[in-house]
Design a binder for this molecule. Structure first.
Ligand code: SF4
Length: 237
């Protein structure tokens, strides 16, 4: 798929998620940045969109800062989300993720604890919506269907970016900027299917139907999904 089409589909997916997730209560707000750690991962498609954010250039010495980060300890996922999903669907053990999370905050968090690239933030950040205020060391509280749909959206984004890579935010941004990443990053994989608990199947089908019908430049989001997806008429979550 052409990069421009993939970015248009990604923007449509984010817009759809904004509307859909608004129906679920959340305690998150400006200045609440407990989840803005140094362990955010994303696809190269999301990184391409992120570097187009208006305030991206305001991040001081971005290239140097990222190079410093990637030279030190960094969370480096060893496989992609669709790789893990494919193993789960085949009842096989996924590859072991040997990388460990590291301390520190995201390089895009500013002095007021706000995100410099908020409107362009990746899916991993959008998925972090807790029903209760988080504290360091505590866990977010998220409705089960929201978790399932967020996982599916991560998988779909990877599917849109099959010629791209997956990894930690600093490394993938560096990869997109063409500034040299000194090790191979996991390559994105096509969508192998979704992981949906039986008791969420109905809600999940509603989600997929609404997303498939959601408009994307010149078509519907279902055009970007493998196989024929059920398209509703309204295309609204
Ligand atoms: S990209 Fe923005 S929202 Fe995401 S972790 Fe970084 S500062 Fe937080």
């Amino acid at each position: 798929m052409h990069c421009t089409q993939s970015i248009a589909a990604l923007k449509a997916l984010y817009a759809w998620h904004d509307l859909w997730s608004a129906d679920f209560p959340r305690a998150c707000g400006p200045g609440c940045a407990t989840c803005c750690t140094a362990n955010v991962s994303l696809t190269s498609l999301e990184a391409r969109y992120l570097v187009a954010a208006p305030r991206f250039e305001e991040t001081p010495e971005i290239g140097e800062k990222i190079r410093g980060l990637t030279a030190g300890p960094l969370y480096r996922p060893t496989c992609t989300i669709n790789q893990v999903a494919a193993c789960c669907l085949a009842h096989q053990e996924p590859p072991e993720d040997t990388s460990e999370h590291v301390a520190g905050v995201c390089l895009f968090l500013d002095d007021q604890r706000q995100c410099r690239i908020y409107a362009h933030r990746p899916m991993a950040c959008r998925a972090m919506a807790s029903q209760v205020r988080c504290r360091p060391g505590s866990e977010a509280v998220v409705a089960p269907l929201v978790l399932t749909v967020n996982l599916a959206l991560h998988q779909i984004i990877e599917h849109l970016d099959q010629e791209g890579v997956f990894g930690s935010l600093p490394e993938v941004v560096l990869w997109v900027l063409g500034n040299g990443v000194t090790r191979p990053l996991p390559g994105n994989q096509p969508l192998p299917g979704f992981l949906v608990p039986d008791d969420e199947q109905e809600g999940f089908n509603d989600f997929l139907r609404a997303l498939a019908a959601w408009p994307v430049e010149g078509g519907r989001f279902g055009d970007h999904l493998p196989g024929r997806q059920p398209g509703g008429e309204e295309g609204r979550p």
